[in-house]
Design a protein around this ligand. Structure first.
Ligand code: NAP
Ligand code: MG
Length: 471
């Protein structure tokens, strides 16, 4: 049993003024792993004051200094690789396969931010004027549990690159992961107050960040519902917001696709991070004429998918993070059945032998129509909906018939054709014949998948305010 009873303010681990505790429960066994002491409104205000004070000098640092800080952070994270991987498996239930990749991405992210800083021009000429790209101020970073340290790294490194300071509110369910990264950040020797971390509840710590006038910008990743609450609060003090919200990503398999490649890839896209990923491809759009082949391949591939202990290297799908998420997924499986969709594989309940943890059977529905709730709402669990189409035009129409627009996937044996289809999809990212991440390309959503972009120069500029000097 571990007790996390410190938060990080102004360069120090301190005891929060909040006195409530939250239990940390293993997703794999539902045994208690530990507990975390939660910060309150006053703790959050203290963190914001520290960041505000630090901004006075940090905003004037040179890019060379900021590159050095990013390098230091990367070095301290590199030293503790095994701990990062182990704690993400234990506390979050991420599979070894996924968390290893996620750790590598986190490290590479620092390199990309450093590359960006080496090339980005903070002073530009526009028209006849000098335009200075100036740091915004104190940034509030509010994040969910599904890739906690990945989000802290990418958002904080961009804030640092811009010359901003930060107050971070992770999910309380990620407290042990947060403790580890806080120790690395502490070791990196940043000036005190540049980053502050307050464990605590969304309605308390998150709400204070959303309304406090000394926060200039919020970078949020989470659900569309909470994103809307934050945006409404933020407008009172005209905070800038970057919102990375939910998705219901379409995956269009064109009629000329090589199904032996496209279907296994589609299932990786659907089940990545045990489908607790906003970018997961959860609507599989297949030509009616090839449905039978698709069904057979999907069934074969899913029946070989290993669900179980996330520590096991062969496991592809681990437990849901909490019993609440497990119940949510079960509820959606029942909704799909009630709506008249046909279960191809999977279904309600836990897989045999995995009764202790929050395990779900990887589930695939066929005969889904795009108006059903299982095709419209984000489930955040391993449930895939197969929808058929007759023509390419219809496929594009179904793909775009959603309130979301975060990511999409297209497969075809004709690269040009796939490109043409991809260009007609309303989503922030479209993956053609594969699944990749380009840390220099923008990431973010169309429509209700969010506002703004992260990564690359557009991501950096979301932390900068342009100032034109007219002579
Ligand atoms: P969530 O409920 O929206 O929570 C996200 C964060 O917001 C948590 O730290 C939460 O704190 C905090 N929060 C809750 N209520 C708040 C309030 N009133 N004011 C300020 N902050 C508040 O999301 P979740 O259920 O934890 O995570 C899953 C969701 O995240 C999914 O919908 C998924 O699509 C989305 N997501 C999006 C992306 C992306 O990049 N687009 C990536 C990953 C996940 P508590 O933990 O204390 O509630
Ligand atoms: Mg929540």
């Amino acid at each position: 049993m571990k007790t996390i009873d410190k938060i990080y303010i102004n360069g120090e681990f301190i005891t929060p003024q909040g006195t409530e505790y939250f239990d940390l429960i293993s997703p794999t066994t539902n045994e208690q792993l530990g507990k975390v002491r939660l910060g309150n409104q006053k703790d959050t205000q203290n963190a914001i004051s520290a960041a505000k004070e630090a901004f006075k000098t940090f905003s004037k640092t040179t890019t060379a200094e900021r590159i050095q800080y990013l390098q230091n952070i990367k070095t301290s994270i590199e030293k503790r690789k095994n701990e990062f991987i182990d704690i993400m498996i234990e506390e979050y239930g991420g599979t070894l396969q996924f968390v290893t990749m996620s750790y590598e991405y986190m490290l590479k992210g620092f390199d990309s931010t450093i590359d960006l800083l080496n090339t980005y021009n903070f002073t530009k000429t526009m028209g006849e004027s000098e335009v200075q790209m100036t740091p915004l101020g104190v940034v509030g970073i509010i994040i969910p549990w599904n890739s906690s340290n990945g989000f802290i790294s990418s958002k904080l490194s961009t804030a640092i690159a811009a010359g901003c300071t930060a107050v971070i509110k992770p999910s309380e369910m990620s407290a042990q992961q947060t403790q580890l990264i806080a120790e690395c950040l502490h070791e990196a020797g940043l000036p005190k107050g540049v980053f502050n971390i307050v464990n605590g509840l969304g309605e308390i710590v998150g709400a204070e960040i959303s309304r406090n006038p000394d926060i200039a910008k919020i970078s949020f990743t989470g659900s569309t519902n909470v994103g809307k609450i934050i945006a409404k609060e933020a407008v009172d003090t005209m905070k800038r917001v970057t919102l990375e919200l939910g998705g219901k990503s379409p995956n269009i398999i064109l009629d000329d696709a090589n199904l032996d490649q496209a279907i296994p890839l589609a299932l990786i896209a659907a089940y990545m991070n045990s489908r607790q990923a906003c970018v997961a491809g959860t609507r599989l759009l297949v030509p009616e004429s090839r449905l039978d082949e698709v069904k057979q391949l999907v069934k074969e591939t899913v029946s070989k998918t290993i669900v179980g202990d996330p520590k096991n290297a062969a496991t592809a799908v681990g437990p849901m993070v909490s019993t609440k998420q497990y119940e949510r997924v079960q509820n959606y499986i029942q909704i799909g059945i009630n709506e008249g969709a046909e279960l191809l594989i999977g279904g309600p309940g836990k897989p045999a032998g995995l009764e202790k943890g929050n395990f779900v059977k990887p589930t695939v529905f066929v005969n889904v129509n795009n108006q059903m709730r299982i095709a419209r709402e984000e489930i955040f669990g391993p449930v895939l909906s197969i929808i058929t189409y007759k023509t390419e035009e219809e496929a594009i129409e179904i793909a775009n018939d959603t309130t979301y627009g975060l990511q999409a996937y297209v497969s075809s044996s004709d690269e040009k054709r796939a490109h043409k289809v991809a260009s007609q999809i309303s989503a922030g990212r479209v993956q053609i014949n594969g699944i990749g991440h380009d840390p220099m390309a923008p990431f973010g959503g169309f429509k209700q998948s969010g506002i703004g972009r992260e990564f690359g120069s557009l991501g950096l500029e979301a932390y900068l305010e342009p100032k034109a000097l007219i002579r």
